[in-house]
Each structure stands twice: as C-alpha cells, then as structure tokens.
Design a protein around this ligand. Structure first.
Ligand SMILES: Cc1cc2nc3c(=O)[nH]c(=O)nc-3n(C[C@H](O)[C@H](O)[C@H](O)COP(=O)(O)OP(=O)(O)OC[C@H]3O[C@@H](n4cnc5c(N)ncnc54)[C@H](O)[C@@H]3O)c2cc1C
Length: 406
C-alpha cells in the first residue's frame, strides 16, 4: 500500500476495502466492515461533515438498524425532533397523508437530525474499531488497475491499493464515471429550491407540504427554523428570478402566512439553493474489484425524502455480503440483486408522484383540490400505512447480518 495508506501497519492477510465518499452509505459500510474485522478506509473529500443541507431525515428503518448495532439509544440522546405524521394542504383543505404510529416499528417516527451529526456519530463509533480508517480531505480522482481489475484509487493524497473499491461518492460520483458504468436516466420534471425561515413559538408544529395554484412548498420543522423546499418545474429558475425576489417572497408569504413577515430574511438569491433533481440508476453496479452503492448507484427524487434511507440500506446489504472478504463478481452481483428491486420500486413510486401530482399542481393556475388518491388516504386510516411504510421503512428492509469480529 502506498500514498495515503502507507502509515498503517495492518494484518497483510486481511483484504482492504477502500470506500470513496463519507456520506451515509460510505460511513455506514465502513463501520460495518471494520466491525466485522475487515480493513476499511473511507475517503472523504471535505475537511468535515458540516456542509450544505442535504437531508436530515433518519427513518424508522435506519433507527432499527442502529438498534441492531446497539447504538439507537445513544443516537436518540442527540438533539432531534420526532416526526410522527405527514400532512398536506391542498388549497384550504388540510389532510393527514401518512401516520408512522401505525407501523410495526420499534421507533415509529422520523428523527430529524442534522446529517453532519449523524455522520459524526457513525465516524465516532467506527473509529473504535482498529481496522477502520477515515481520510478526510482526500478525494478519489481515478482508479488504479491490477491484473485487469480495479486494484485501488488515485487520490489527492496519493495512491491507495485496495482489494475492493466502493463508489459511495454520491450522485456526481467520480468512481462511477472512471469505472465507465452505464447510467440509466429516468428524468425528473421538477427541481427544488432549499432555504431556511426562522420559526416562532406560535407557528404550527407540523412538518407538511402545501399545494396551491401552481406552487408546492414543503416545510420541515427543525426546531428554531423551518427547512423549506419550494418545488419548481425543471428549468424555470431563471424566469422565477426575473420576476424578482420580492415576488418570490410574496408567493412564499401566501403559502406560509404565519411567517410572512419573516420572509425578508431571504435577502438575495444566494440564500436559496437549487437542487437539480435527478432520478437515475446504474444498469450494472459493479465490475471486477469495484462496487457502487447509495446515490452513486441511484440518485433518488426528493419525493418522500428517502435517499439517506436507501443509501444506508445499500450499505447494510453490501456489508452482509462482503464481510466474508469474497469480492468475486458473483458476490458483487448479489449486492445489486438484493438492492435493485427496492431502488426500482421506490423510483417508480417517486416518478408516479412527480408526474401525476407535482407536475399537475405546478401547471395549475386555479385553486387546487386534493387528488382522489390523497382523499382516500384521509378517509381510510389503513391506507395511510402505505405511504408511511414506503417512506418510513421502504421496500425490502435490511437487517445487520455481518458479525462483530473486531
Ligand atoms: C438539498 C438536498 C436535500 C435532501 N433532502 C433529503 C431528505 O430530506 N431525506 C433524504 O433521505 N435524502 C435527502 N437528500 C438526498 C440525500 O442527501 C442522499 O440521497 C444521501 O445523502 C445519499 O447518501 P450517499 O452516501 O450515497 O451519498 P452522499 O450523501 O452524497 O455522500 C457522498 C460523499 O462523498 C463525498 N465525495 C464526493 N466525491 C468524492 C470523491 N471524489 N472522493 C471522496 N469523497 C467524495 C461527498 O463529499 C459526500 O460526503 C437530499 C439531497 C439534497 C442535495
């Protein structure tokens, strides 16, 4: 091992897994492999986990996994909010669309916690295993090849040899690109603008989505502020900007009347971040010596806020297969076989909501009535378990099967 890996005196018999990307997928996989006694190095290009907002949702299925690792209680002692139901307002009609309390889950709520706190938590616990290493400010730039297979990573700190390289470097994955894996784009008719609005004691408590006359606003209660997403039709940011910030603030004020006066805190378009929504997945998640997981294998739509959950589920499924240190193509294909269906099913659901509900609302100039499917959810409590299950648990939830060997 050379470059960034040279300082470590590791058991040469054990194989070395290098994971590019210290997001939810990479950190969870690093922790699980090190816990099972494998040598795992996570490379993170940033200096810390403290970056722009990219989702703060820890779902019941992830909480269950933390429980299986004996970490849930400690995790839930970190400051967080608990979301037990999801609400939507169409025009003046307010409806409950998902209820997590109906789930058969140990923790029937979404824990809202800054993603950096979650990643710090995983990093702290992973650091307790002697075969775990985290290289911050270390970006994967290219792949190294050995005997016709991927045999390591070129990084900004030097070359690192590996028996297996994991691409967990997110939706703009360098590893995926350098491996030449083919991406299937499902398209997305929407983009999202993210921003914060301060929260007052008298504000409603619910995390909810508002649909009204061509506008969609999602408001996540984050304690002393609202994390908001304003959904726009793809490619319409420029016309929105041309209409001016004042007009944008007025639209937001009509959707969040209780916070109208606080919209002046949005001083410039720099306070509003564009998320270019992508929905895609790899046709093949692996090649000799390499596997992609998380957003690198499949970028998810923000519908349902399930990207973190899926990334974690991929990591657990990968660890369940890879802890035995057999990195043959057959084993790598098992990971894809296990996770492809949940990815596909979730993306189908997201595309359906994007096309049938979001696109329709954005094109509507008149008052909005809830679609029939949403009205049925309100009428029948048992139906509300379906979105709660899709969002909270997901399709084919994983369980930790890799052992503690460290
Ligand atoms: C604005 C926004 C809001 C979102 N809201 C939600 C939400 O509410 N709920 C939800 O579930 N999901 C949400 N998501 C999606 C969610 O963030 C992702 O699905 C999830 O983080 C994917 O995890 P990952 O580990 O696969 O990739 P990422 O979280 O993208 O992690 C990849 C990591 O790799 C690092 N990296 C990138 N390139 C390199 C390289 N070359 N070398 C080394 N390191 C590299 C990055 O710095 C990053 O830390 C949101 C995303 C965005 C952008």
């Amino acid at each position: 091992m050379g470059g960034a890996g040279a300082a470590v005196d590791w058991d040469p018999v054990k194989k070395h897994v290098v994971i590019a990307g210290g997001g939810p997928a990479g950190m969870m996989l690093g922790l699980l492999l090190a816990r099972a006694g494998s040598h795992a190095t996570v490379l993170e290009k940033h200096a810390d986990f403290l970056r722009d907002f990219r989702g703060d949702t820890i779902h019941p299925s992830t909480l269950e996994l933390l429980h299986e690792l004996g970490l849930a209680e400690e995790f839930l002692r970190l400051p967080h909010q608990e979301v037990r139901e999801l609400n939507a307002q169409f025009g003046d009609e307010r409806l409950k669309v998902a209820e997590f309390s109906g789930l058969r889950a140990r923790y029937p709520f979404i824990a809202m916690i800054p993603q950096w706190d979650f990643l710090d938590f995983l990093a702290r616990h992973a650091a307790g295993y002697p075969s775990f290493r985290l290289e911050m400010q270390c970006a994967a730039q290219d792949l190294l090849y050995r005997d016709g297979r991927v045999g390591g990573v070129k990084t900004t700190k030097g070359d690192i040899e590996a028996d297996l390289v994991i691409g967990a470097d997110g939706r703009h994955s360098t590893v995926r690109e350098k491996a030449g894996l083919e991406l299937v784009d499902l398209g997305a008719p929407i983009d999202a603008l993210w921003f914060r609005v301060s929260r007052d004691a008298g504000d409603p408590p619910e995390t909810m989505a508002r649909f009204d006359r061509g506008s969609i606003l999602v408001m996540l209660n984050r304690g002393d502020y609202w994390q908001c997403a304003f959904v726009i039709a793809k490619g319409t940011l420029e016309p929105l900007k041309e209409r001016g910030l004042e007009a944008f603030r007025a639209t937001l004020g009509s959707l969040m009347p209780f916070a109208k006066a606080r919209m002046s805190a949005l001083r410039s378009w720099d306070d509003v971040k564009l998320l270019t929504v992508q929905v895609n997945r790899l046709r093949r998640w692996y090649r000799e010596g390499l596997l992609c997981i998380g957003d690198a294998a499949h970028a998810m739509s923000p519908v349902g806020g399930v990207g973190i959950n899926l990334a974690i589920q991929d990591a657990v499924a990968a660890a369940n297969v890879l802890w035995r240190q057999d990195f043959s193509l057959g084993r790598l294909s098992e990971v894809q076989a296990r996770r492809e269906f949940p990815t596909l099913a979730t993306q189908r659901f997201q595309v359906l909501v994007q096309d049938r509900i979001l696109k329709r609302v954005l094109g509507e100039g008149d008052a909005i009535r809830p679609p029939l499917a949403v009205r049925l959810l309100t009428r029948y409590a048992f139906l509300r378990r379906i979105p709660a299950r899709v969002v909270g648990i997901g399709v084919r939830p994983e369980h930790v099967r890799s052992p503690v060997r460290a």
